[in-house]
Design a protein around this ligand. Sequence first.
Ligand code: 9MR
Length: 402
Amino acid sequence: MKVSTSLAALAALLPFAMAQSPVWGQCGGIGWTGPTTCTSGNVCTEYSSYYSQCIPSSQAPSTIPTTPASPPTTPASPPSTTASAPGGTATGLNAKAKSAGKLYFGSATDNSELTDTAYVAILDNNSEFGQLTPANSMKWDATEPSQGTFTFSGGDQIANLAKSNGQLLRGHNCVWYNQLPSWVTSTSWTSSELLSVVQTHCSTIVSHYKDAWDVINEPFNDDGTFRTDVFYTVTGTQYITTALQAARAADPNAKLYINDYNIESTGAKATAMLNLVKQLKSAGVPVDGVGLQCHFIVGEVPTSLQSVMQQFTALGVEVAITELDIRMTLPETQALLTQQQKDYQSVVAACMAVEGCVGITVWDYTDKYSWVPSTFSGQGDACPWDSNLQKKPAYTGIMTAL
Ligand code: 9MR
């Protein structure tokens, strides 16, 4: 399918420019050009300078949160622990990121890694990491293995670790084509049945884990057409609207993201994501951020990363670097490590240069647990710590940019 065809399909499916926003629709915020009043029975409630939403009058908070002066923050964030050395010098990645005005520097992690005490000791260090993303345990196969039966044990382990470390949590993810249980992929759904399944799934997991969420993960093919997974095949783009609205209703404070890869440079896929965000916002569908995964290759960091992030923030959404790693063809050499250091530095510098880039997450901090070698044969060493949990030159590259 051509980009123009899929966007036309999206346009046809989304309700357009209304005089008043519907319940759960957007009704204000920086960059918002749509309606600023709500349909009867709802009240326009400001959550941040970037987002106001129509809430049923019966559910509207008695005190409206104050508008932050700075770029959007995650309201549900726990307090950070002290992360500076005596004299005020920031001692780790998260401490330095926060001193520089970002919300966090974080890492993905996985449940099977949490028995490695040396690994966990570094992960627990709030000076290095102020945010965690579960690499697998909040995905659909882990959280709703059979219809209506939810299991939170794996996700809870990581959520509890983040809480006890004073770290933010990023839910990952509500709707993705991959790691789906067979009851989702093998049933012959009608559109309304599958939308109800999406609604229940997103609503349940987003209300269980409060913070930022990758509500929609990887909706596009690399040519900018929509990925023809079960959700798109059965519902068109309506599943995106349903998932985001369910997430907003489940937790009005959670930052709701669409997350993808290969949108980090200008091209068809980034354009498709920009158009999707525009369409969703103009239709009053809640979307707060775009996640740029940033799975890069040494020596091939896109030069347009900063300008692409600026194009997203110009639409009134925040951005985050959600899954950063920079892999190399093995064996590792000093030259590759030096180039990797420069590459980490330039990615982090791009986020630093964009006010609405709220934070950076590496897709695990150590080569010991990177997903890369099992997926890309002959490649690896993509993380800022090596497989012996020692810092690599890449670590210095990040610190320099922060
Ligand atoms: O890191 C995850 C790995 O353990 C899983 O086997 C894999 C399954 O697809 O998913 C990995 O995480 C992916 C993430 O959920 C979405 N973006 C790409 C990540 C790397 O594949």
